[in-house]
Design a protein around this ligand. Structure first.
Ligand code: GLU
Length: 555
């Protein structure tokens, strides 16, 4: 024992704090009995992944609904993989989604008394714990070089045994303390490994909040807990942090499930109570009929920024992620169409075990419904926010005459079943740009206008002129449409399709054909939002100008 203490002091001569000191520094949280403490612990290695946002939603929900705490911690001990600035960006994105915590690493600063919340600033805390393990002979320095480890792996592969540093393969485990000290004093590079007492032939019973009781092989790997750069590995760092930050449930991706026995043995070695664990299903994608993981490299929808750039409302993305989080969510939504998703009670046992399938079509539907429900003013605000970041030209255009833009956003909003014109904000511009110059002129002149060739150009001109001359914008929609029918009848068009089909030889077309002539003249296209509303917004002068312009193009 004394030897171990000597070794621990050679490795960490300046670490004088003890575990007890840390326990006092980071006392238990003062929370109600069933309050859960959850966290989001990203590594600053890139963008916010869709799977990470999913994890955040779950973690935050579990904390909120139990009146607990949700905090963030930056896991930046893998300095080689770090992407400059990505920690701050991750936090920015959490803010956009309204799921940023009020404790922990918050990008440019931190809040809370359990910090620092950035692992690279916690090196001394980890050292105290590692020193404790060293003093008790549960950790040891390992001097094996990369080449030696590679040779070991090759030998294990050849002999078809489980790879890794364990049991008889854990060479440095058997070094005497004196030998180890000699090598350290000699300046030999080393890492520190955990000394496992497990045996992979034995099973341990573990409980996962989502998967229930599981029987897994005991850990026997002497994993690296402290790297030669002075920082711990994830396995060890998360353990120390979740203990001293008093996490009660670790919610993380299922890719960590196989390491659970390591983590549980580490907790046991410290005599600490392990938190509960919930390993969330990975988000999958159908690719040529096969299910596979959503891939950071291959799939644009793997990055949350994709949804923001494309202009999906934040609430639509969250709503969609709830549908994959809990199997009863959609039923709840149908029963509570107007409630906020914050009112939904999440439960781990309603989470599907299979990888949740990412369904873009479903998200698009949710988005379309949601955008359809926005009032004209909400829509204008959303569009301003979106275009300010992603489409500056359009943003300027909106600002030039906000009232005009709001009127466009109001098209058909007063109807009991308003048309759902937009799936995303990025679609809006292309659908309404005809309402603006120079886009109208550009659209009208960039390709031949799609007037129906069955009708004589002179007839079209005559109808258009008479249309504008007889137009009364004070009429309501129905009266307006009746007068359009009168005009159509005058030139030999049937009142509606049915009548035309019944007697095709008596008419040259039907009222829809006349409406189409007007539509093309005003918008350049056969498809547009409700023409009556467009007329009202454009006003008589602009209508006249556009009709005349269309006529000039017919020559
Ligand atoms: N830093 C780990 C990751 O990004 C966190 C896993 C966890 O939540 O414990 O995967």
């Amino acid at each position: 024992m004394e030897d171990y203490i000597k070794l621990a002091n050679v490795i960490f001569p300046n670490i004088t704090k003890t575990i007890d000191d840390l326990e006092k520094e980071y006392p238990s949280r003062n929370l109600p009995a069933n309050a859960e403490v959850t966290r989001f612990a990203p590594s600053p290695t890139g963008f916010l992944h869709t799977g990470s946002l999913f994890t955040v939603l779950v973690a935050k929900k579990v904390a909120d609904q139990s009146k607990g705490v949700f905090y963030t911690r930056l896991e930046d001990t893998d300095t080689k993989r770090e992407v400059e600035g990505s920690g701050e960006e991750l936090l920015e994105q959490l803010k956009i989604f309204n799921v940023a915590p009020n404790e922990g690493y918050l990008g440019n600063h931190e809040e809370g008394i359990y910090g620092p919340y950035k692992q690279s600033l916690r090196a001394d805390i980890y050292k105290v714990v590692i020193k404790d393990l060293l003093m008790r002979g549960r950790a040891y320095p390992c001097f094996c070089s990369q080449d030696e480890l590679k040779a070991l792996r090759e030998e294990q592969e050849k002999n078809k045994v489980i790879p890794g540093y364990y049991g008889k393969y854990a060479k440095c485990r058997n070094l005497t303390v004196d030998e180890a000290i000699k090598r350290i004093e000699n300046g030999d590079p080393y890492v520190i490994r955990f000394k496992s007492l497990g045996d992979h032939e034995n099973k341990i019973e573990v409980h996962d909040e989502i998967r229930g009781d599981l029987s897994l092989s005991q850990n026997d790997q002497d994993i690296v807990i402290y790297k030669s750069d002075g920082l711990p590995t994830y396995h060890f760092a998360h353990l120390v942090d979740d203990h001293f930050m008093h996490t009660t449930i670790v919610t993380r991706g299922e890719e960590w499930l196989p390491s659970l026995p390591i983590h549980l043995e580490l907790f046991e070695s410290m005599n600490w109570k392990a938190p509960k664990y919930a390993h969330l299903p990975v988000i999958m994608k159908l690719d040529n009929g096969n299910k596979r993981k959503l891939s950071k490299r291959k799939d644009s929808e793997a990055a949350i920024s994709y949804f923001l750039e494309d202009g999906y409302p934040v609430s639509a993305v969250k709503e969609y992620l709830y549908t994959i989080a809990n199997s009863n969510y959609e039923e709840w939504r149908m029963e509570h169409p107007d409630a906020s998703y914050d009112e939904f009670t999440f439960s781990f046992d309603k989470m599907s075990l299979d990888g949740a399938l990412f369904d873009l079509e479903k998200l698009r539907n949710i988005s379309k419904e949601l955008i359809g429900k926005y009032s004209k003013d909400e829509m204008t605000e959303e569009m301003k926010k979106y275009t300010k970041v992603y489409d500056r030209n359009f943003y300027e255009l909106i600002l030039k005459d906000e009232e005009y833009f709001t009127k466009i956003m109001d098209i058909e909003k007063d109807k009991p079943n308003p048309r759902k014109d937009y799936v995303t904000y990025s679609e809006v511009f292309s659908k309404i740009k005809f309402m603006y110059e120079p886009y109208y002129t550009e659209l009208m002149t960039s390709s031949p206008l799609p007037f129906n060739p069955n009708f004589d150009k002179e007839l079209i001109k005559k109808i258009l002129l008479e249309f504008v001359d007889t137009l009364d914008l004070n009429n309501d929609e129905q009266t307006w449409f009746s007068s359009l029918k009168t005009l159509a009848n005058k030139y030999g068009f049937a009142n509606n399709m049915k009548e035309f089909k019944k007697n095709p030889t008596s008419y040259i077309g039907q009222v829809g054909d006349v409406a189409e002539m007007v539509r093309i003249s005003l918008t350049s296209s056969k498809q547009s939002p409700n023409i009556y509303y467009i007329l009202k917004i454009l006003g008589i002068n602009e209508i006249r100008r556009r009709i005349n312009f269309a006529i000039s193009l017919l020559n």
